[in-house]
Design a protein around this ligand. Structure first.
Ligand code: ADP
Length: 263
């Protein structure tokens, strides 16, 4: 009796059909992620308009009360306005995340004087949080990087806002810019809660928040650092954190300095 050797054994057929099944599952999962992202995008857009209108009304109320001398209502409206700011911020994060998923977040690259951006973020945080002791050191000169100024300021603001949020008792924060090996580096250091070593590699992931009571009771979606890391990736830069529990954290990013064409 002669046998024909086809080169396929029963195990190969099983493996082949399992691979096809897995490929099908991956396709279905991708489709589900797409539907979720679309939902996120539509929901965030729908909520954005009424919240923006509410924010405008709260500003009008504040002005009206100030004009009429009705100071007793001002703190309540200010609190309302502060909460609305948080919602506006969360909606912006959700929209950015949806844009990253659909690869439609664009960075408009220009020459950026990052010292100027760091200074402006510093002035803003000092005005918004007078109870914090915020200092700033700038590298000499005005090194230029190639980037999207607004997006880079978004990263600096995010680092600063996190430093404030996660340092409820020790309110000393430092912002520093320096040039190291032709890289412009921005670092925001706080003396707050710190992050356990084993959790540090996860904090740039989408929706990740450290599972600690001190973090969970604070507002947040776990999207800010994910967005920062995506922005820095788009700039071909590096981003990272050094942190110790109970001592504080230093968040940093670095980008190549553009060569000075006048030299
Ligand atoms: P969110 O602040 O909305 O939770 P982020 O993506 O900005 O989201 O941060 C992710 C997590 O990283 C936070 O939930 C927190 O656990 C941790 N984290 C970020 N910044 C700091 C900081 N300066 N100090 C301590 N923990 C921080």
């Amino acid at each position: 009796m002669s046998t024909t050797n086809t080169g396929f054994r029963p195990d190969d057929y099983l493996l082949h059909s399992r691979i096809s099944e897995l490929e099908q599952e991956v396709l279905e999962l991708k489709e589900r992620v797409k539907v979720n992202d679309n939902f996120l995008n539509i929901a965030a857009h729908e909520v954005k308009t009424p919240v923006t209108v509410l924010k405008a009304y709260s500003q009008m109320l504040l002005m009206q009360f100030a004009k009429d001398g009705q100071q007793k209502y001002v703190p309540t409206v200010e609190k309302m306005s502060g909460q609305l700011d948080k919602i506006v911020h969360m909606i912006a994060d959700l929209l950015d995340t949806a844009r990253f998923s659909s690869d439609s977040l664009y960075c408009l690259m220009n020459d950026v004087d990052l010292n100027q951006s760091v200074s402006s973020c510093f002035e803003n945080v000092k005005a918004a949080h007078p109870s914090y002791n915020v200092s700033c050191q700038l590298t000499p000169g005005n090194p230029i990087v190639s980037g999207d100024r607004e997006r880079l300021e978004q990263v600096i603001d995010n680092f600063i806002n996190n430093a404030i949020k996660y340092s409820p008792s020790n309110k000393i924060i430092n912002i520093k810019s320096e040039v190291l090996n032709d890289e412009f580096k921005v670092t925001v250091t706080d003396n707050g809660n710190g992050i356990p070593t084993e959790k540090q590699s996860h904090i740039f992931e989408q929706f990740y928040r450290v599972d600690d009571d001190s973090v969970q009771k604070l507002p947040g979606l776990g999207l800010g650092l994910f967005i920062c890391s995506e922005i820095i990736k788009k700039h071909h830069g590096n981003i990272g954190v050094n942190s110790e529990v109970g001592k504080g954290s230093s968040f940093w990013f670095s980008l190549p300095v553009k060569p000075n064409r006048n030299l």
